[in-house]
Design a protein around this ligand. Structure first.
Ligand code: NDP
Length: 326
């Protein structure tokens, strides 16, 4: 089978498309999957480029998500022919991942592809869309209603941001999108954003408490943007923080939390319990208009994924890279 393989020699990291011997029969509890689609998530781009120590064992096949068909199962839940997807669980970091034509993983980590999707649309959504859905679930469970006020989405033209806009708008929320790519205004409006803000407006750290503007926030970028978003969140509002595209720092004060009762939710997709994942995918199946996905994705081959990782890190791309591994 073909696979992207990351290897480390001395201090240098090497990434190449290789002919891989495959994994043979699955061990106890394992399931082998003929992968059809994977994606280049921000974390995959970090792994492929070596920009951050994402990979914890070498050699390793990257790819934190995939969708495909079970070919062989030693797990009671799954049979040959089942249509499955996987997000996270350390796959593509500590375990071989989805940027290959075959994957063999614990059956406990797999989910059925919802009926609303095929393997291509499931990965067009991918971990970014599933994470966006976790963020929206956090805000909705907090008690945010569509008439509570506008919801801010940062990193708007990226994978998480694009799908958060689509989901929030489908659920009736009024969305303001923050982007560094103001040329993408029509794309963001087509996804459902009502207002567009230039990233520069939130990029520099402002006062600890600012004018109350947002009932909720989905933040994919961290840094000063997240601190300003918290400082602009209305009384008893909520912020779902999932990313660090601007910075891993959080240069905030306690003021929004102790004077306005703002709640900051941390969103992790990797180790989220299965019930939480199922609810997030159920929201996607129910609310997402899959016609949006054509605008969100650029489809690439396995061979192209190495080069495209650089585009993801530079933040120059729009939406997501969907990888047809075959
Ligand atoms: P993308 O690269 O697709 O999108 C990130 C977006 O952030 C860019 O498109 C850009 O949008 C914006 N951005 C880039 N650089 C900067 C900057 N310097 N300052 C402000 N904004 C910037 O990534 P994803 O959407 O897939 O992921 C977003 C973040 O979420 C990443 O940090 C990723 O690691 C994290 N993530 C976390 C998960 C979790 O489990 N917590 C799961 C999945 C992702 P624009 O030009 O529109 O401003």
């Amino acid at each position: 089978m073909k696979a992207i393989v990351i290897d480390k020699t001395e201090d240098a990291q090497r990434v190449s498309l290789k002919e891989h011997e495959g994994f043979g029969a699955p061990g106890d509890g394992q399931v082998c999957v003929a992968v059809e689609y994977s994606t280049i998530n921000y974390k995959d781009a970090l792994a492929i480029s070596g920009a951050s120590p994402v990979v914890r064992s070498f050699p390793l096949i990257p790819g934190i998500d995939f969708a495909g068909t079970v070919t062989d199962s030693a797990h009671e839940k799954w049979q040959r022919g089942d249509r499955v997807l996987l997000n996270g669980w350390g796959v593509g970091e500590a375990h071989n991942g989805g940027l290959a034509q075959q994957a063999c993983v614990s059956g406990d980590w797999l989910q059925s592809i919802p009926d609303a999707f095929d393997s291509r649309s499931a990965m067009a959504i991918g971990t970014a869309g599933y994470t966006a859905s976790l963020c929206v679930d956090a805000l909705v469970n907090h008690g945010l209603e569509p008439d509570s006020g506008p919801v801010l989405v940062t990193g708007a033209s990226g994978g998480v941001g694009s799908l958060a806009i689509a989901l929030l708008s489908a659920a009736g929320y009024t969305v303001t999108a923050v982007t560094g790519k103001t040329a993408e205004e029509s794309y963001l409006r087509a996804l459902g954003a009502r207002e567009i803000l230039d990233r520069a407006e939130l990029g520099e750290l402002g006062k600890p408490l600012q004018k109350e503007r947002w009932s909720g926030v989905v933040d994919a970028v961290g840094g000063a943007t997240l601190a300003n978003a918290c400082a602009q969140t209305s009384y008893r509002g909520a912020v779902a923080a999932c990313g660090l595209a601007q910075s891993m720092k959080f240069p905030s004060t306690v003021m929004p939390f102790i004077l306005r009762g703002v709640t900051l939710y941390g969103i992790d997709s990797v180790m989220a319990p299965m019930r939480v994942r199922e609810l997030a995918w159920a929201r996607l199946a129910r609310d997402l208009d899959i016609r949006h996905l054509d605008a969100v994705i650029s489809e690439i081959s396995l061979a192209e994924s190495i080069r495209k990782a650089g585009d993801v890190l530079s933040g120059a791309h729009r939406g997501r890279f969907l990888v047809d591994v075959n």
